[in-house]
Ligand binder design. Structure first.
Ligand SMILES: Nc1ncnc2c1ncn2[C@@H]1O[C@H](COP(=O)(O)OP(=O)(O)OP(=O)(O)O)[C@@H](O)[C@H]1O
Ligand SMILES: [Mg+2]
Length: 391
């Protein structure tokens, strides 16, 4: 019954979260790329608390489409599976994502990805989502009658197109042992792995052993270690910018008490590195190389997601115009898509895209690009209205 409901909702679901304006940041930070009289206004027209619509009003001078000199206003209207306002809390987002946990326990693969420009709140969102998902998995598997489960986790990062084990192959969840696994910067550079595709199409890194987790306190230790081992750096857009993609993979294997049936569910919770405009985030040298790698892997991922969405619409018999058909992706083009292929594109897979957006005026170009990507992934259409303002 649960799977039927989730199927009706679609195999790729898209949520959008607008973060609040951060304290100490004015809405109009001067920047060389800024236009002088840009303003952006977001509105949420749903009267219900379970919002699905977001309208973005902006001065179209910011887009190359309209530079007539005439004072104009543009409103772009988007509809998603769920929209979160700056007032929505971590538990609101976490609760909804945790609904997918039931699918994982039933043996499905789920991939939840936080996507968006640098500084838009991806890491913040996943820090709220991951513990809630793990808590629900531990609770529900403990309570399910007639079944016995094991829950194991792997935490990896993909940095400059190479995989690193953020838990450093810990096979023991004893706190002292885990704490000693925090990597030195030399180890961070040496720790490389490759993705293998199994005969059933599932993709994984066999050399990294998953770690059994039975309690939330063990889980919190894994999160603490992974956070210290992850690559972050300060850019002009985000003081703690993630310079890698981080993937928290949870394996939920169940067997019924008679040993007749078994399920193997997997959940990937992905905190992507930020898509960024290299000029705006003020990076050069090694940071610029990181940014190029990040942008390349994100464009491969977005091609893959657009294609999966197209396939989903096609399978539902929806008509798609020829020029809207995306190119067929090559998952091998980046390590990120190689690793996620198994949870994104298999038969028993469900994907959730959480598009994070920033409220600042200077981010409007990337905000609209992210929302349009979300629209393409969900198979919807943007409604655009343009007004001429009387002086
Ligand atoms: N919904 C929110 N409520 C309050 N603060 C938030 C929210 N979302 C993000 N922030 C804050 O905004 C800042 C940037 O967020 P975060 O580091 O999560 O961005 P990011 O998308 O992961 O960026 P990057 O791609 O550079 O890693 C952080 O200080 C974070 O605490
Ligand atoms: Mg981040």
């Amino acid at each position: 019954m649960h799977e039927e409901i989730m199927d009706l909702k679609g195999n790729i679901r898209v949520f959008v979260r607008l973060r609040p304006v951060l304290e100490g940041i004015s809405r109009d930070i001067p920047h060389p790329d800024d236009f002088s009289d840009i303003y952006t206004h977001f509105s949420f027209p749903d009267s219900t608390t379970r919002r699905q619509h977001i309208h973005v009003q902006h001065d179209p001078k910011v887009t190359p489409l309209c530079r007539s000199g005439e004072k104009r206003q543009k409103v772009e209207k988007f509809k998603f599976d769920r929209v979160y306002t700056p007032r929505d809390k971590q538990e609101d987002v976490g609760k909804e994502v945790s609904m997918l946990v039931t699918s994982v326990i039933n043996g499905f693969c789920v991939c939840a990805l936080a996507y968006g420009q640098t500084g838009s709140g991806k890491t913040y969102t996943m820090e709220g989502v991951i513990p809630r998902a793990v808590e629900k998995i531990l609770k529900d598997t403990r309570e399910k009658k007639g079944w016995k489960y094991t829950v194991k986790v792997k935490f990896i990062e993909i940095y400059n197109n190479t995989i690193r084990d953020l838990l450093q192959n810990s096979s023991d969840s004893d706190s002292k042992d885990l704490r000693s696994k925090i990597l030195s910067s030399k180890e961070k550079r040496q720790n490389h792995f490759t993705v293998e595709e199994q005969s059933n199409g599932f993709t994984d890194v066999a050399e990294i052993a998953p770690l059994a987790v039975t309690t939330m306190s063990q889980f919190r230790k894994t999160m603490g270690i992974a956070a210290s081992n992850r690559h972050v750096a300060a850019t002009s857009m985000n003081a703690h910018s993630s310079r890698s993609h981080a993937i928290y993979r949870i394996y939920v294997n169940g067997e019924d008490s008679e040993g007749k049936r078994s399920t193997n569910g997997v959940m990937d919770l992905v905190d992507l590195a930020g898509s960024e405009n290299i000029k705006m985030s003020g990076v050069d040298g090694a940071r610029e190389k990181e940014a190029k790698m990040i942008n390349l892997s994100l464009s491969t991922l977005s091609t893959a997601i657009r294609y999966l969405s197209y396939k989903q619409q096609e399978s539902k018999g929806l008509k798609i115009s020829k020029d809207a058909i995306p190119q067929c992706p090559s998952f091998r083009n980046s390590v990120l898509t190689q690793f996620l292929k198994g949870t994104l594109s298999g038969k028993n897979c469900k994907a959730l895209l959480i598009i994070n957006i920033s409220p600042e005026d200077k981010s409007i170009g990337q905000t609209l690009a992210s929302l349009k990507f979300g629209m393409a992934a969900s198979g919807g259409k943007v409604v655009v209205k343009e007004y001429s303002l009387k002086k």
